[in-house]
Design a protein around this ligand. Structure first.
Ligand code: PLP
Length: 440
């Protein structure tokens, strides 16, 4: 089968029918993506409802790390669907086995796993538990952060688009700038800055806190803000800053876990151990499941009935997640993500040297952000060109997520980890073609 293979105008006649139906019957609240109406997907190849074939640079939204519809994953789901799908809070073997597995593969201090359904549920739960354990209500979070769309998750978020017109937010959140070095709010340069942004945290405590800070929550790299990756030992210092002040360190790895960054969990890059760890997306590679890992001294403060969830830890999703982890291990997908990620970064860096409109490239494993600007000197974000690149790539057979970032000028690359080097390079060729055509 030729990949990609575009046979109709885009969107094609069937796609237009479903887009129209969606416009009529669904709210307009979802992100504005290219008009791809997905019919089926296998591995890294997506077919739309008109038979057009695309390379996938989205993994859903960094979800299907083992590839779409992996046969072993599908078989486990089918088998479990015929056994039992929901058992509420009654113990089921798959939930227990998944909790055990998650405890085994995460940092040694994390010895309990609470299985939930969505990423936002995991971050909400982390904050609830942190408040209960510490008896303190203030939470520190970062500008640019994205932790989900429920009220507390939104309140610790740091991007206006998610919160606009939904106020007031939940009180008790103190926010500080993240280490967005390409657009440093202090107009300083790393490493000469010696992390002014970290030193600001003490000022934040002194001026904004009532003395009741219980926890700090951060993504390992900021996804929605534009794949912003902490430089040097930022994360080690942040963790140490929390430790020295008795503040719990909650790491949101809903997006960055399960091999995405070239390690099973991104915290392994920095050799740190979070007190609470939020997992989602890639944990189930397509089924709705998330988890909150924690130290038992923290999670054991919860009494029976205080926190649970209708679909959390159901046998179907738990078994699917366990199988997905098994596939990652059998197929060495973490090492593959690191290896292909290095090749992808080298290629993107070459493109950055060649094209004035690529201002910055940030990547870890198989996730990257490419920042599109009017020119390198001004760094002025070019959201129009960014959108055009995503749209033109779609016409050539490459599906990418709509631009991200504070200014909507970052292209996000996140293929399933099973992508071959050949298809990865083919997809990057398509992207480069679009950048090149737009540069002329
Ligand atoms: C870092 C991070 N945290 C939390 C969430 C929320 O996950 P969900 O959409 O499953 O609620 C996301 C989703 O994009 C995320 O990237």
């Amino acid at each position: 089968m030729a990949v990609p293979n575009i046979k109709t105008e885009l969107p094609g006649p069937n796609a237009r029918k479903y887009i129209e139906m969606s416009r009529q019957y669904e709210p307009n609240s979802m992100s504005d993506q290219v008009p791809a109406v997905w019919q089926s997907a296998k591995g890294v190849v997506v077919e739309d409802v008109d038979g057009n074939v695309f390379i996938d640079f989205t993994s859903g939204v960094l979800v299907t790390n083992i590839g779409h519809c992996h046969p072993k994953h599908v078989a486990a789901i089918q088998e479990q669907a015929a056994e039992v799908m929901n058992s509420y809070d009654f113990v089921n073997p798959w939930r227990a086995k998944l909790a055990k597995k998650l405890v085994e593969i995460t940092a040694p201090n994390l010895n309990k796993a609470f299985i939930l359904t969505t990423g936002a549920e995991a971050t909400e739960s982390a904050i609830k538990v942190a408040r209960r354990y510490t008896g303190k209500y203030e939470i520190i979070s970062f500008h640019g952060a994205f932790h989900g769309r429920t009220y507390m998750a939104m309140s610790v978020g740091g991007k206006q688009g998610v919160k606009r017109h939904f106020g007031p937010m939940v009180p008790g959140v103190l926010q500080a700038p993240f280490c967005y070095c390409y657009r440093c709010v202090y107009e300083q340069k790393y490493p000469e800055c010696n992390f002014t942004c970290l030193r600001y945290l003490d000022h934040l405590l002194e001026t904004q806190s009532t003395g009741s800070v219980g926890a700090l929550i951060t993504e390992s790299y900021q996804g929605g803000a534009g794949s912003i990756i902490p430089p040097g030992d930022y994360m080690q210092r942040l963790k140490q800053w929390c430790e020295e002040r008795g503040i719990l360190f909650i790491l949101d790895e809903v997006q960055s876990s399960f091999g995405r960054t070239g390690k099973m969990f991104a915290y392994e890059h920095w050799g740190i151990q979070p007190n609470l760890l939020c997992l989602g997306k890639g944990i189930g590679s397509g089924v709705p499941i998330s988890a909150l890992l924690g130290e038992s001294r923290i999670l054991d403060v919860l009494e029976p009935g205080s926190m649970s969830s209708t679909n959390g830890g159901n046998p179907l999703c738990s078994r699917a997640a366990l199988t997905s982890i098994e596939i990652m291990e059998e197929e060495n997908l973490v090492a593959k993500s690191e290896d292909l990620g290095n090749k992808m970064l080298a290629r993107l860096n070459d493109m950055m040297k060649k094209y004035e409109m690529i201002g910055d490239v940030r990547s870890m494993g198989l996730v990257a952000g490419v920042e599109i600007v009017c020119d390198k000197a001004s760094k002025q974000p070019d959201a129009v060109a960014t959108r055009k690149i995503v749209q033109e790539a779609f016409k050539k057979g490459l599906i990418m997520i709509a631009p991200i970032g504070f200014h909507g000028n970052v292209i996000r690359i996140a293929p399933p980890l099973v992508i071959s080097e050949e298809l990865l390079m083919k997809a990057l060729d398509i992207m480069e073609e679009c950048v090149s055509e737009l540069s002329e």
